[in-house]
Structures are given as C-alpha cells and as structure tokens.
Design a protein. Structure first.
Length: 401
C-alpha cells in the first residue's frame, strides 16, 4: 500500500469520527438560554450553564463550526457558528475599551479587566474563519479592529513578537501568567504561536499587506528567538527573549511544526523566494523529526512535557490531536513514511483510549497505559471542538489535495 492510500484510509477514519462523534457532541453543549456554549461540561456530559464563559472557548467553537460548515455544508454547523458569534460579539466584547474579555460570569461581568492577547488572537482566528464561511462583513471588521489594537500596543516593535497582555484601554503591555499552570512573563511561545495562526487566518481572509508584514515579522521572531534548539521551542521569555525556564512542551513543538509551515507557505505564495522557502521547510521538518522521535520512544503516542528532568507522561487530548496533523505535515515536508506510521499509531492510541465510547468526545487526559482521568472536564474554557475537530479536518484536507 502506498503512502497516499494510507493517508486516505486515515482521513476516512477521521472524517467518520468528525461527523459521527465530535461535531454532534458539541451541538448539545449550546446554552440556548444564557447564550453561547456551556462554561463547563463535566466528564459525564453534565452541563454547568452558570460557569464562566470565555473568549478562547467561543472563538474556538466559532472557528471549528465555521470550518466544518465549509467542509460539509451541514446547516447545524453554520447555526452553531452563528450561536458562538453572537456570544463572542455580545457578552464577551468590551464596547468601551474594545477587544474581548477573557471570561464573563452568568451576569456578564468580566473576570479580569486586562486584555489577554492569547484571547484576542483566538478572536481574530475565529472571526476570520467565520467571515470566510458566512460572508458576514461585521466579523471581518471586528477581526481587523482587534488586529489593529494588537499591532498598536500588543506588538513589541523593538524586540519583536507580542506581549502576554495589555491593560483594559490598550495603553500599555503587562507581565502576566496565561493560566494557573503558566508563569508570569513578558512573552510566551504559546501566545505568540496563536497570534501566528490568527495572522495566517486573517491574511487568507484579507490578503492585506499590513497583515502579511505582521505575519512575516512574527515568523522571523520564531526563527530567531523562540526556536531555542533545532527540535524545540522555548516556552517563557523576558521582553528581550531571554529564556526563563527549561520547559519542553511536546504538544506545542509538534503544533508549531505545522503552523509555521502553514504561515511560511502563505508568505511564499504572496512573495515567492525558493531559497527562503526551502530553508524554512528544512527547519520546520527538523522540529517535526524531534516530535517523531519522541512518539517512537513513547510507544506511539506523545507525552505532555519535560521540565527539570521530569517527564510528564500524561497523554493530553490536544497534544495527540496536534501530533496527528504534525506527523502528516512532516510526511508532506520530507516524504518520509515514518511520519505516516507515527500518525497512524497516534490515531490508533486515540481511537482505543482517548475517545470516550460511553459518554462521547475525548477524555481530557489518559495516562501512558490509556487509563482516563475522569476528574477533568470534557469541555470548558480550554477544551472545545477546536483541537480534535481541526486535526480531523486538516488531515482530510491534506488527503484530498
């Protein structure tokens, strides 16, 4: 069986899983009273409608539903996208200071007033995709408004890249931790990676020179500063890109390997330079090879992270999803079928252990032996239809082309 046949078989499995399992699960988590999607979905599927609702979760649902509508033209996908759009641009939008709240409670009160740039990036990402799916010019206007705010205060014009947060009125950058498992810093790989994907999506939607310039500048920052070794990205940085910890996030490495490839491809299409394109592909293939090595050493799935010599062996849902895309992208970059073998092994692990056959969707985390952590939610501020839904759609797209 040749590589293309293998990829088609993998894509067919993921297509069926997307249509029959992932997308239907999230339709039932919509809050038709308070708006948007349930702020928390327990492991057994119980909806906690009074839980805080966030910009990241709604932007991710907006992106995934919009992309699914483009993929299969199911009216339920477009309805879900519109539902997410209304909440994102309603309760989560700061009409006074502009930009989007990180979270709001059931009364619409924001959890914090700072504008977290990770959240703004996801808003741009979701709005850009929704515009492409629906043609709604309001979505594009808001995406560009948020982009301009990001460029005005969130972007570091001296050292490159983007800060973690700014104040409510967009006047000054702030040092902040993204979540309770992150550390306070001026810049993080995570925030900059998702600004990168947002800029890619906005550039596809608009083709604007100022968006292309921002994308090129950020891609250069990744190559000069964030890729701290040929195989790994740093996680936390000072403003001038001094690395603050020795964390290695395997999920972010493999996710970056294909998001960087995507961004470079868009720029190459706009302004072709064969030498630059070849050098970039080789560099991103090296990151993918690092992830391939870890998958092989770990029995066919991808552990979470390495820090201070300690390996976190948990298999987290989004890490496996990004590994699927990263391995297929690695095959596209190199032609090495070992990447396809890794993609097949990751999907085999997910299908056997991570997909919850009783309650639906994917477990947040299983251990290296496949035993699930049932104390973690199925959905909420971070876990949505985005990572695994996107992985399915990316592999389907790559098989098709």
């Amino acid at each position: 069986m040749n590589a293309h046949e293998r990829l088609n078989i993998l894509a067919a499995s993921l297509d069926r899983h997307l249509r029959e399992d992932i997308l239907p699960y999230w339709f039932q988590t919509m809050d038709h009273v308070g708006g948007g999607f349930a702020g928390n979905v327990a492991d057994d599927g119980t909806l906690e409608l009074a839980a805080p609702k966030g910009v990241v979760m709604h932007s991710r649902h907006l992106w995934a539903s919009s992309r699914a509508w483009q993929e299969r033209r199911n009216p339920l996908d477009l309805a879900a996208a519109r539902h997410a759009f209304r909440f994102l641009t309603g309760a989560l939008y700061d009409r006074t200071g502009k930009g989007f709240w990180w979270t709001v409670d059931s009364e619409g009160k924001p959890g914090i007033e700072n504008k977290v740039l990770y959240g703004q990036a996801f808003a741009i990402y979701g709005l850009s995709q929704y515009y492409r799916a629906s043609g709604d010019s309001t979505a594009l206007s808001l995406a560009l408004e948020t982009f301009d705010l990001l460029e005005g205060v969130g972007r570091d014009r001296e050292f490159g890249g983007y800060y973690e947060a700014v104040d409510r009125s967009w006047t000054a950058p702030l040092v902040q931790a993204l979540s309770d498992v992150d550390i306070p810093c001026s810049k993080s790989m995570n925030t900059n990676l998702h600004v990168l994907e947002a800029l890619s999506a906005l550039f596809v939607a608009t083709g604007l020179p100022r968006v292309r310039e921002a994308l090129e500048s950020l891609l250069a920052a990744f190559e000069r500063h964030i890729l701290v070794t040929p195989e790994h990205l740093g996680l936390y940085f000072d403003r001038d890109w001094r690395v603050l910890t020795d964390h290695v996030s395997y999920g972010h490495d493999v996710e970056a390997s294909w998001l960087l490839t995507e961004a470079a491809g868009l720029l190459a299409a706009a302004e072709p330079d064969p030498k630059v394109s070849k050098a970039r592909k080789e560099r991103y293939a090296a990151v993918a090879r690092g992830s391939l090595r870890v998958i092989k050493e770990s029995g066919g799935s991808l552990p979470n992270e390495l820090h201070s010599g300690h390996l976190d062996t948990g298999r987290i849902w989004w890490v496996q999803a990004e590994a699927l895309v990263g391995m297929v992208n690695g095959w596209e970059l190199t032609g090495d079928e070992a990447f396809l073998t890794a993609a097949e092994s990751v999907w085999s692990f997910v299908d056997r252990f991570v997909v919850d056959r009783l309650q639906g969707e994917w477990f947040w985390q299983v251990d290296a032996q496949g035993r699930p952590d049932r104390n973690r939610p199925k959905g909420g501020l971070w876990k949505t239809s985005y990572h695994n839904g996107r992985a399915c759609m990316e592999v389907i797209l790559r098989a098709r082309r």
